[in-house]
Design a protein around this ligand. Structure first.
Ligand code: SF4
Length: 175
């Protein structure tokens, strides 16, 4: 069944600047303490539901997050690629206008134009050279913070040419 028109992805301009976002990321960077917290949350369904709802509210408001569960924000200048109507994770499609407008929503700036500008202005342009792993849609609706702290995003973006990681190495559920 297809999405209703109002639920379809539309380009979102983040409400918070890239530099502040990179700063927040340093505070929330994965470490053993956060990993223990994530494991504690994940082991308690009510806590997990509450935490995921909070994450959704915060990130939806700030970045237009669509809860893919595998957050690419730290490598895209904190512009969410899942708000691209085509949900492209590795750069823009060929339909971007000469003025940087989205092919599907011509009144809006392409998410990837926003990403390139924000990452470049914050000194993170090299992040955009990384290759993003395909989205695992079974993670839809799950907490990307928990997944990140649990180490499941360690190979979410890799240098082009790097050895593709095995699913088990990524902490992903086996197929
Ligand atoms: S979790 Fe996914 S949908 Fe949400 S902001 Fe990150 S990349 Fe976008």
């Amino acid at each position: 069944m297809g999405l209703e028109e109002q639920d379809r992805p539309r380009p979102v301009v983040p409400r918070v600047g890239a530099r502040l976002s990179y700063g927040l990321h340093r505070v929330l960077a994965a470490n053993p303490a956060y990993r223990r917290v994530a494991a504690w949350i994940e082991g308690r369904p009510r806590a997990y539901r509450w935490f995921t709802r909070t994450e959704r509210a915060v990130k939806e408001h700030l970045y237009g997050c669509r809860m893919c569960g595998q957050c690419a924000l730290p490598t895209t200048g904190y512009a969410c690629p899942m708000t691209c109507p085509k949900q492209l994770r590795n750069g823009p499609c060929g339909g971007v206008s000469a003025t940087g407008r989205c092919e599907v929503h011509p009144a809006m700036t392409c998410v990837w134009v926003t990403a390139i500008e924000r990452a470049g202005n914050a000194g993170h342009a090299a992040d955009l050279d990384l290759l993003q792993r395909p989205v695992d849609h079974r993670e839809q609706g799950r907490s990307s913070w928990v997944n990140y702290w649990q180490g499941r995003d360690d190979e979410l973006a890799v240098p082009i040419g790097a050895r593709p990681p095995h699913r088990r190495e990524l902490g992903l559920r086996p197929r």
